[in-house]
Design a protein around this ligand. Structure first.
Ligand code: PMP
Length: 314
């Protein structure tokens, strides 16, 4: 299904939207984005909110898509409003209240060039069904520190959400699973500090205060990460971004991961260091996040974009 969630979704339940004149096309196997990973993308959740189906933090996701394209020097014709309209249109046409919307800015032509300036880029959006939230908490997972570090900024802009970058995530995740863990922590290549998990950001709690690695250490600027930092401020939980050593992680009272697809996931252990099963800060933030995405609270933050025609306001 979505990144990091190991469920195969039947192809017929995935709805694909091509933008403009490319309507009705297919992605050629012999194209640069498939063969060389030259594409940038986003993953956005649509929730059945109190006001009808709504996309969570749509503008922030699309701003990040534009930033990813800029970091790679990909030229295209899209602006923020148009990208947002494409996602709303795709979600509306798919008619699913709970779904995962994935716009990909890719090279659609059968052309194996790696010169980004020679490729034409267009947005293709896929909409995947997601099971509605049950209200229960996800099971806590076991992590290991991966030998595969994040890409060096000397090799790749680590803050670009680009298709090709996910091979490093795949290496780390696969190694972790083979060693009997659920996921891996990847380190910043230069500092050796904690960067993030393979498709999620990481938080720790120490003495009631929340800490997450700063963006300096080669991680993706997660939208869920930002949401959790904001919600912590709303709840009066002290929260900082800063350098996080592996030792800080091992010494924490609570550890959890954040991502669009997986939301907030508690961590049971890192390399055999088990954390207490009582997680008061995680529980409070998890409840706040649920309220925010379903429109039961934090409406003043303006995080929900209604999707018309799917039971929401027209
Ligand atoms: N890091 C990586 C490498 C990711 O792929 C993701 C998922 N997009 C995240 C962090 C979490 O980001 P977000 O909260 O925006 O989904």
């Amino acid at each position: 299904m979505t990144e990091g969630v190991d469920v195969v979704t039947p192809l017929e339940s995935v709805v694909t939207f091509w933008d403009g004149p490319d309507e009705g096309r297919r992605v050629p196997l012999g194209g640069s984005s498939v063969q060389h990973g030259t594409a940038v993308f986003e993953g956005i959740r649509c929730y059945a909110s109190a006001e009808g189906p709504a996309l969570f933090r749509l503008r922030e996701h699309m701003s990040r898509l534009l930033n990813s394209a800029r970091l790679l020097g990909i030229a295209h014709d899209y602006g923020l409003d148009r990208l947002c309209a494409l996602a709303v249109g795709a979600a509306a046409e798919a008619g699913l209240a709970d779904c995962y919307v994935r716009p990909v800015l890719l090279a659609p032509d059968p052309y194996l060039s790696i010169s980004l300036d020679r490729l034409r880029f267009t947005v293709v959006t896929e909409v995947w069904p997601v099971p509605p939230a049950t209200g229960g908490r996800p099971a806590a997972i076991d992590l290991t520190v991966s030998p595969w570090r994040r890409p060096s900024p000397a090799s790749f802009p680590p803050r670009a959400k680009a298709v090709g970058m996910y091979v490093t995530s795949a290496l780390a995740k696969t190694g972790a699973l083979r060693a009997g863990h659920d996921d891996a922590i990847q380190l910043d290549p230069g500092s050796g500090r904690v960067a993030e998990a393979t498709v999620a950001n990481v938080f720790l709690v120490r003495d009631g205060a929340l800490v997450t690695p700063w963006l300096t250490d080669g991680l993706l600027a997660g939208i869920t990460r930002d949401s959790v930092l904001t919600l912590a401020r709303e709840l009066g939980v002290p929260a900082t971004e800063g350098p996080v050593e592996v030792a800080d992680l091992l010494a924490a009272d609570e550890v959890f991961l954040t991502g669009t697809a997986s939301e907030l996931v508690p961590v049971a252990s890192v390399d055999g260091r088990a954390y207490p099963a009582r997680r008061p800060v995680f529980a409070a933030l998890s409840d706040a996040f649920r309220d925010a995405v379903t429109g039961k609270g934090f409406g003043h933050l303006g995080w929900l974009t209604p999707v018309p025609g799917t039971g929401g306001p027209e």
